[in-house]
Design a protein around this ligand. Structure first.
Ligand code: HEM
Length: 538
């Protein structure tokens, strides 16, 4: 499977055979046989029965019958754009990744999404947004598969099917499409209290962004960077939108969703078409790579935690510009396959148990979503680096591999490519020491505090932002049928803040449970407030 390029405009510049011409003076069958009529089936006389021997009829309808592929099990609804990323060179001390070097320009494809709705759902719902970036680097593809909220619902990937089952529409009535307003979701988050932090972000204005162009993005997990001296650093990735962070207010989101459910995808496509190219600065928070992988008492392997920017500022390392719309939604936005394990030399993973499960899940789901193991050959998924693998055959294989010996070393096809120096430029796993211990199904003690960070978030909000959060909880919990579920969620709110709990309880017409006397003693983090947030990137 040799390299082929996808230009930033999404045009496949592969071979003529790979391109499917859609033009010319006459139609043909898929076999290239010229057709003289595509509007009438072959019949035994104008009023007679249709003949099974009509190949064109059978081919046309059979192909149509198979036009749809399964939608993504999560993040089914999305919109995407092409663009480029330019490194500032400021990360040279901490990573050898070539695409981050000064002025290196790398083509990218970015797909934004909602998480829970189906492919035809509205853009404007209260939900987390996906922010997935594919960097076609000279050293192979790097995918940064993030969200617009810096924390996740769960700490261990084994709960991912559970949280998604709770968030998807009820199995009996198939309602609703949004994350909000139903019993299973609120049941789950009150019983798995590590979800409190993410849920609070969802109930804030972050859950109803004004535009994909005005969202932050986060890699969430802690990653390990490696420089050319083999020194390692832990980092969290951040995307900062040049246009600042903006949200809708709830009433606005409701109206926009009713009038134009395609509000966000239209906004993105229109802006790019008009030449108003959205931009984000990529930045990293940097932490020393210690054995404990903690920073200021925060467990860096717990994806329900942030590290406040006051404690670890975000250092800018490059600029992303989106400047071209896809030319074919299916070929590009639908068939693109991101994977958090697509890494390049200089960027490695950590032992975050949420990330570990993702490393398995994406490839597995894509084998069924994209019909077999060869989807890396689809134009949008092709790497821009040369490929020389020993992967062979399989459904939808389009490469015509040469040679007879797809194994190494061999004595038939030119021997062994692992010559001296092969490690140069290769992806090398960092030989970090892993903690030895007894096999257990158990979270570390440092994963146990589920309320300090939500409390910090709440305390960081302005008065207006707090009103929005109170209104959101009141509205969404008000849609639950089971009183016990509402009450259990009020208990969680009481552990965040007495005022938040009291106001939501009043809105629901329920008594407010007492907040514990020992609420976490945390301070506000001004960087978390969204009001008036812009970054002077120029
Ligand atoms: C899809 C983000 C956790 C399984 C996605 C997408 C994003 C994303 C942005 C959409 C990619 C696209 O646009 O094509 C995240 C983030 C996570 C997280 C930021 C936590 C930090 C998980 C976990 C699992 C998982 C824990 C499973 C154990 C999936 C699957 C898809 C998906 C199966 C569909 C992929 C496809 O069909 O191509 N995720 N996710 N995710 N995610 Fe996650």
């Amino acid at each position: 499977s040799g390299p082929a390029t996808v230009t930033p405009t999404g045009q496949d510049s592969g071979t003529a055979a790979e391109r499917v011409a859609q033009g010319g003076p006459y139609l043909t069958t898929a076999q290239g046989n010229r057709l003289y009529d595509t509007d009438h089936s072959l019949k035994a006389g104008p009023r007679g029965p249709i003949l099974l021997q009509d190949h064109h009829l059978r081919e046309k309808i059979t192909h149509f019958d198979h036009e749809r592929i399964p939608e993504r099990v999560v993040h089914a609804r999305g919109a995407a754009a092409h663009g480029y990323f330019k490194g500032y060179g400021t990360a040279g001390n901490i990573t050898k990744a070539a695409f981050l070097a000064k002025d290196v320009t790398t083509p990218v494809f970015v797909r934004f999404s909602t998480v829970l709705g189906s492919r035809g759902s509205a853009d404007t719902v209260r939900d987390t947004r996906g922010f997935a970036t594919k960097f076609y680097t000279s050293e192979g593809t790097f995918d940064l598969v993030g969200n617009n909220i810096p924390v996740f619902f769960i700490q261990d990937a084994i709960k991912f099917p559970d949280v998604i089952h709770a968030g998807k529409p009820h199995p009996d009535r198939e309602i609703p499409q949004a994350q909000s307003a139903h019993d299973t979701f609120w049941d789950f988050v009150s019983l798995h209290t590590e979800a409190t932090h993410h849920t609070l972000w969802n109930m804030s204005d972050r859950g109803i962004p004004r535009s994909y162009r005005m969202m932050e993005g986060f890699g969430i997990h802690t990653f390990r960077l490696v420089n050319d001296r083999d020194e390692t650093t832990l980092v969290k990735f951040h995307w900062k939108p040049k246009l600042g962070i903006h949200s809708q207010v709830w009433e606005e989101a409701q109206l926009a969703g009713g009038v134009d459910p395609d509000f966000h995808r239209r906004d993105l496509a229109d802006a790019i078409e008009a030449g108003a190219y959205p931009q984000w600065e990529l930045g990293v928070q940097i932490f020393p790579d210690t054995e404990e992988q903690m920073f200021e008492g925060i467990d860096l392997l717990d994806s329900t935690n942030i590290v406040p920017e006051e404690l670890a500022p975000v250092h800018p390392i490059g600029l992303l510009t989106l400047n071209a719309n896809p030319s074919n939604y299916f070929a590009e936005t639908e068939q693109v396959a991101f994977h958090p394990g697509h890494l390049v030399p200089g960027i490695d993973i950590t032992d975050d148990p949420l990330l570990a499960g993702r490393l398995f899940s994406y490839l597995d789901t894509q084998i069924s979503r994209l019909g077999g193991p060869n989807f890396a050959q689809l134009p949008i998924n092709r790497t821009h680096a040369p490929v020389n693998d020993m992967l062979r055959d399989g459904m939808h294989q389009t490469a015509v591999h040469q040679g007879v010996a797809p194994y190494r070393p061999n004595s038939l096809d030119g021997g062994c490519p692992f010559l001296a120096g092969a490690a140069e430029g290769a992806y090398i796993e960092v030989p970090v020491v892993v903690p030895a211990g007894r096999k257990v199904r158990q979270a570390p003690e440092t994963f146990a505090d589920h309320f300090s960070q939500p409390r910090r978030f709440w305390l960081s909000m302005s008065a207006v932002e707090r009103e929005h959060i109170i209104a959101a909880y009141t509205f969404e919990l008000g849609k639950c049928y089971e009183q016990a579920i509402k009450e259990r969620n009020l208990l969680s709110l009481a552990r965040i803040d007495p005022e938040l709990c009291r106001r939501v309880a009043a809105g629901l017409g329920l008594p407010a449970p007492q907040s514990p006397d020992d609420l976490p003693a945390v301070s506000a983090s001004p960087a978390l407030s969204q009001l008036g947030k812009t970054w002077p990137l120029d």
